[in-house]
Design a protein around this ligand. Structure first.
Ligand code: NAD
Length: 506
């Protein structure tokens, strides 16, 4: 097996140098399937945050990156990307060894998608207009007005474990392209591909020192220190809604700019005219990819009553045939949960649902025949629930699909929208006009029609309601890393015509 030290440094990256935590402490990154330690990294604390924040601030204020032209920044980032593509051969393995993703997923989706989204964000950054003209105004007298955009400053980028490199690059690419200095904080469960990316960036020597920093650590205190640091101007966070709420509180004191990409409980609506071959496979793809540990997973499935029995039969048969096992084995469709705590939480929720009348149609426990110690849970489908049950309302972040029957279109839309979350949704139908009509009424940041998980580098991604604040990707994602300034230019109006001054002076 590949040794991670050959691919990525076991150190943090501050001010253009690799190093250990000021305290000398370390933490272990564990393979969730085997429970073996795959890397030992610095356990950074407040002192390291201080060092990274000061380096990032110095670099920003020096202007070598923040004031260079947009064209030049994009050229440099695309050159860096070229080197990353050449260096990325082992990155899929790193994430399969640490986050529990199957090697199939990291090879076919995570790494190529992350790099492609990086390219798309940088390419779109070329067309961001740094100056926007405004209409002339003569109120109270004639002036010329325009808007100037500028980078925000130092951005702290906090990343979860479930889709590590793509989510990191959804933040890194726009933040750098818009001229900011950044401090990236990966999840302690899956930091390896992000460190490998940092190594590749460092090898190019193309970024000024201090513009790009990476901190590592296993304690929530590290993220908190970043959020409250006075030299950090903005936090872009992806993670659970519970942590997002804490971050909003922590950021309040300094009125830090915050974007949040949080949890979801996305509704998947299957219409009576759906192509069942596509809808069954698409529903399974939408909910069980990465063991259901994706924020936009379609965890609530609403199936029209006229096709319910056939749909369920096909869904359960296929879900039961998925291979659960070692994520590094190419035949595995489903790997382990991130840890034992997740297994305990999810199975407790299933037990509660069953005690309230739910039926487990498949899965619900560890499959037989797996000789690895990780927390494996078979793909689970349940029905017979009522909408008020917590299994229908709370994000489980595991391979569990709740299926409900519907008969009236207005009622199913209301049920889909009856959620604290609003991240994603889906509609399966042969009638695109009807599907769009439903999509328009769903209170979510993304709706897929006859598809799922197709997060697009050219389109905004983010949540309504408690699924977040702000957007990533697309032009909207770029603008999240800019400040907006209105500049008013007087047109040489004589003093006697400036009657507004006379409100005070006249
Ligand atoms: P998490 O909230 O536990 O951790 C996310 C990151 O925040 C990690 O880097 C963690 O170390 C850090 N962190 C933890 N406590 C912190 C604190 N108090 N202050 C600052 N940082 C802190 O989430 P997770 O378990 O890593 O990821 C799973 C969650 O992320 C799920 O809820 C999922 O829905 C959500 N998610 C959302 C999106 C999205 O785009 N909306 C994408 C992926 C994951």
């Amino acid at each position: 097996m590949l040794a991670p030290e050959q691919t990525m440094p076991h150190q943090h990256y501050i001010d253009g140098s690799w190093g250990q935590a000021a305290s000398g402490k370390t933490f272990d990154v564990v393979n969730p399937a085997t429970k073996e330690v795959v890397a030992t990294l610095p356990e950074d604390g407040a002192e390291d945050v201080d060092a990274a924040a000061h380096a990032a601030r110095r670099a920003f204020d020096a202007g070598d990156w923040s004031t260079t032209s947009q064209e030049r920044r994009c050229d440099i980032l695309l050159e860096i990307l070229k080197h990353c593509e050449e260096a990325s051969g082992d990155w899929a393995m790193l994430d399969a060894m640490s986050g529990g993703s199957t090697l199939r997923k990291t090879t076919l989706i995570d790494i190529p998608l992350a790099l492609e989204h990086f390219r798309q964000m940088v390419t779109q950054a070329r067309s961001v207009s740094w100056y926007e003209p405004l209409a002339w105004t003569d109120m109270p007298h004639v002036s010329w007005n325009f808007v100037q955009r500028s980078p925000i400053g130092v951005c702290g980028l906090i990343v979860p474990w479930n889709f590590p490199l793509p989510i990191a690059l959804w933040k890194i690419a726009p933040a750098l392209a818009m001229g900011n200095s950044i401090i990236v904080k990966p999840s302690p469960f899956a930091p390896l591909s992000i460190l490998a990316f940092a190594k590749a960036v460092d090898e190019t020597g193309l970024l000024p020192k201090g513009v790009f920093n990476v901190l590592t650590g296993g304690s929530p205190a590290l993220g908190e220190a970043l959020v409250v640091h006075p030299d950090v101007d903005k936090i872009s966070f992806t993670g659970s809604t519970a942590t997002g709420k804490k971050i909003l509180h922590q950021a309040a004191d300094s009125i830090k700019k915050v974007t949040l990409e949080l949890g979801g409980k996305s509704a998947n609506i299957v219409l009576d005219d759906a192509d069942l071959d596509i809808a069954v496979d698409g529903t399974l793809f939408g909910v069980f990819l990465h063991q259901g540990q994706l924020c936009e997973s379609g965890t609530r499935c609403f199936v029209h009553e006229s096709i319910y029995d056939e749909f369920m039969e096909r869904l359960v048969a296929k879900a039961s045939s998925l291979v659960v096992g070692d994520p590094l084995d190419p035949v595995s469709n489903i790997g382990p949960l991130i840890n034992e705590a997740a297994y305990t939480r999810i199975t407790a929720s299933l037990k509660e649902a069953v005690s309230q009348g739910a039926r487990i149609r498949c899965g619900g426990s560890r499959p037989d025949g797996i000789d690895l110690p990780g927390a494996f849970l078979a793909p689970t489908i349940i029905d017979g629930v009522t909408p008020d049950q917590s299994i229908c309302r709370e994000e489980l972040f595991g391979p569990v699909l709740v299926v409900e029957k519907w008969s009236s279109q207005s009622e199913v839309i209301a049920r889909a929208n009856d959620s604290l979350y609003g991240l994603a949704g889906g509609v399966w139908s042969r009638n695109t006009v009807r599907a769009i009509e439903i999509a328009r009424q769903l209170q979510t940041g993304t709706v897929w029609i006859n598809d799922w998980h197709l997060i697009n580098g050219l389109a905004p991604f983010g949540g309504y309601k408690q699924s977040g604040i702000g957007r990533e990707l697309g032009p909207h994602g770029l603008l999240e890393y800019t400040e907006v300034k209105h500049i008013h230019v007087d047109q040489g109006i004589p003093r006697e015509d400036r009657f507004i001054y006379d409100v005070l002076l006249g």
